[in-house]
Design a protein around this ligand. Structure first.
Ligand code: HDE
Length: 706
């Protein structure tokens, strides 16, 4: 029987859209409302009446508008899109949506982990990267993060990890931040978290944009071919715009100036048609190689270096449509790693196994019962057919008298696939044989080798940022024992790292792990520490975010043009044209909104000012020629703007007349300060430097903290 999708997801959802334009105001039951301003009273000045069903209808709904926020990943932003499979991997999987040429609708939700729903986008935190594929065989959810490893190895520790990182229970401080005692207390007692802590303290945890993050399925999953043969797989999302971060000082300022920075960036770029794209990559591990590596592929605190198993790019995802309604879509979307389709199965990773229960359970609670999969955003694009019925807020109307199986009264329908000679979901027929134990495998006992590999693979500025991040976080810890314990862990990873962090905390790193750390580690591995492991590689290029020479793009980057009355139109237009050719955007920033007159005559409307748009909202800065320069000289906001950009290692370009402004600033000439007088084609020099993302050397040379 040929399987056909009756709707694309978009068409299916459109059936639920409500458009209020040209419509009469009604109650929830459709009764027209005569007056929406006044409650029903006994006389103009009299008491309100018990029979005001219109007021009750309105307030009863309002009183129930909030649902529980997600216990983790509460703060999120979503978008619709399409996934297109470009390569043939039918040898490994029979998953329909992974067949070459298939296009599948997706909904993606990005999130931070620790903060509440209204918290800042710019927290130092892991980012969630969840993708719901509406496949012809039902929904497949790839619920991943922007970091390829996790803090813990077994699901049993998850509530403890989250309780430790969330605001402390007595005073609910701090919000969306890991820089506090309970988090580092937990981490310093759990050496298995050392590797992930390195990633969380790296610039990966402060992305420039959701569009510029990698995504990882983290766990090892299984692909299954038609015959049931299994191949282990790791999933990767690689952003076409590259992987980029902001500076920590910038992140802190962004949290104040625009705590919706990532959400707005995603929304605006989709509206502008700058559709973000990611390539889907896979690393395949033949079943027989399961035990071949220095790490256990079932251990979620480990990744597989790309030098050991290359990432094969197999498809591309494009996000091209914003949700119509945040609550109905982004809030109500229910992800679950247990939503699997034929051709994909889970491995025995104990973290993944534990997730299979938790997501379904939490959705039942959060979305008020077992019918959440009937909400438009969660509904599979193939119609579900089964005998499940009733429950709160049931929307499907099941026809007929039969809701059981087997039956004869409905000719056995809905029938099991096998009865019709076709295949439904098949689990991998793995042979399992073992005693029931609560125990951790010793193959999970190496906690520092990959943390070291990660550190060794970072560029110098990235290493410096990791030192700064640990120093910042641990300085905020009040208990000196916790600080010492964590520095002792860092010393197991890299002596230089521990010494530098220790120096900022007045701690001489201990050579040995703290007694308490050892005590907890020995609960899982009685002979801990076990022999040191030799990793397959000492360095992995893919772990660094450094832009390679002659690579990088400035597409969708925002460049601030600092202008005043009398700015040269030609100077503005020439640079704007050069930037737009490369896909970047020029934004004019003035002293006030409204018209501004060019040197050559004519006006332009200024929509952004120093009041609303600080430097942290932009990727680079340009000061054009014109009479405007004299006015800028007397404008302290101008200098604050370029100083901040300079401090955050951004590229600054100055047209000829504007160079005189440099004398009044602390900006010193370096590779990222581009002057018109130095090059006949200074816009190209500006663009090429911007492609490098930041001038990180500036930090070392100028001692500007970023
Ligand atoms: Fe989650 N996680 N998680 N998690 N997780 C949730 O489900 C959980 C883990 C991740 O955009 C919750 O719907 C357990 C790893 C993302 O809606 C909850 C364990 C990874 C999202 C839950 C983990 C993730 C969640 C809370 C340890 C990366 C946001 C609300 C076994 C691979 C999904 C919800 C969205 C959300 C449980 C560990 C990613 C409570 C028990 C590892 C991206 O079910």
């Amino acid at each position: 029987m040929e399987k056909k999708r009756s709707f694309t997801k978009g068409e299916q959802m459109n059936k639920h859209l409500v458009d209020n334009s040209d419509q009469k105001l009604t109650t929830n039951d459709g009764s027209p409302i005569f007056d929406n301003n006044n409650t029903l009273k006994a006389g103009e000045r009299g008491p309100s009446l018990q029979q005001d069903h219109i007021y009750f209808d309105k307030l009863m709904h309002f009183d129930r508008e909030r649902i529980p926020e997600r216990v983790v990943h509460a703060r999120g932003s979503g978008a619709h899109g399409t996934f297109e499979m470009k390569e043939d991997i039918s040898k490994y999987t029979c998953a329909q949506f992974l067949q070459k040429g298939k296009k599948t609708d997706v909904f993606v939700r990005f999130s931070t982990v620790a903060g509440f729903k209204g918290s800042t986008d710019l927290a130092r935190d892991v980012r969630g990267f969840s993708v719901k594929f509406y496949t012809e065989d039902g929904n497949y959810d790839l619920v991943g993060n922007n970091i390829p490893v996790f803090f813990i190895q077994d699901a049993m520790n998850f509530p403890d990890l989250i309780h430790a990182v969330k605001p402390e229970p007595n005073n609910e401080i701090p919000q969306a931040a890991s820089a506090h005692d309970t988090f580092w207390d937990f981490i310093s007692l759990m050496p298995e978290s050392a590797h992930m802590a390195m990633w969380a303290m790296s610039d990966r945890a402060i992305p420039r944009s959701l569009r510029m993050m990698e995504g990882f399925g983290i766990h090892t999953f299984k692909l299954l071919d038609k015959s049931g043969k299994s191949t282990f797989v790791k999933f990767h999302w690689k952003p076409k715009l590259g992987v980029h971060s902001v500076a920590w000082n910038e992140a802190q300022k962004l949290s104040g100036f625009n705590s919706d920075y990532h959400r707005q960036d995603l929304w605006e770029n989709i509206e502008k048609g700058n559709f973000p794209q990611w390539d889907l990559g896979i690393q395949l591990i033949p079943e027989e190689d399961e035990l071949k590596y220095s790490f256990d592929i079932l251990d979620a605190t480990k990744f597989i270096p790309e030098e050991v198993i290359p990432v094969q790019i197999v498809g591309t995802m494009t996000l091209n449509r914003n949700p119509e309604n945040f609550f109905a879509e982004t809030e109500q979307v229910a992800f679950d790693p247990g939503r699997l389709v034929p051709g994909i199965d889970v491995s025995n990773d104990p973290l993944l196994q534990g997730r299979i229960f938790s997501y379904m359970d939490t959705q039942n609670y959060r979305l008020g019962g077992p019918n959440f999969h009937e909400l438009p955003i969660n509904k599979s694009s193939n119609q579900k057919h089964n005998n499940q019925k009733d429950g709160f807020s049931r929307m499907d109307i099941l026809k007929g008298e039969v809701s059981y199986f087997p039956n004869s009264k409905a000719s056995g329908c809905p029938y099991q696939a096998m009865l019709n000679g076709t295949e439904g979901y098949q689990s991998h027929k793995e042979v399992v044989d073992g005693a029931k134990v609560r125990q951790r495998s010793d193959s999970f006992a190496d906690h520092f080798s990959q943390a070291r590999l990660f550190y060794n693979s970072q560029s110098q500025p990235e290493k410096d940022h990791i030192v700064n991040a640990f120093s910042f976080e641990l300085s905020k810890v009040s208990d000196s024992k916790i600080r010492e314990r964590q520095v002792a862990i860092l010393n197991q990873i890299d002596a230089d790292l521990a010494t530098k962090v220790g120096a900022n905390l007045s701690i001489t790193p201990s050579k040995e792990l703290d007694e308490m750390t050892l005590k907890f580690a020995r609960q899982n591995h009685p002979n801990y520490p076990l022999d040191k492991v030799k990793t397959e590689v000492d360095k992995s290029e893919a772990l660094s975010m450094k832009v390679k020479k002659n690579e990088g793009t400035i597409q969708t980057r925002k460049v601030a043009f600092l202008v005043e009355e009398g700015v040269s139109k030609k100077s503005v237009e020439d640079m704007k044209k050069a930037l737009e050719k490369e896909g970047a955007e020029a934004v004019l920033i003035g002293k006030k909104v409204g018209p501004l007159t060019f040197l050559e005559g004519g006006t332009v409307t200024i929509a952004h000012t120093y009041l609303t748009d600080p430097s942290v909202l932009y990727d680079a800065v340009f000061t054009p020629n014109g009479k405007s320069i004299e006015l800028l000289k007397r404008n302290p906001d101008y200098f604050e703007f370029i100083h901040d950009a300079y401090k955050h290692c951004k590229v600054l370009a100055f047209a000829k007349d504007a160079e005189s402004l440099l004398q009044k600033s602390f900006v010193e000439k370096d590779n990222g300060v581009i002057l018109e007088k130095d090059s006949s084609d200074y816009s190209s020099v500006f663009i090429n430097m911007m492609k490098q993302h930041r001038v990180w050397e500036r930090e070392a040379a100028r001692k500007v903290p970023s």
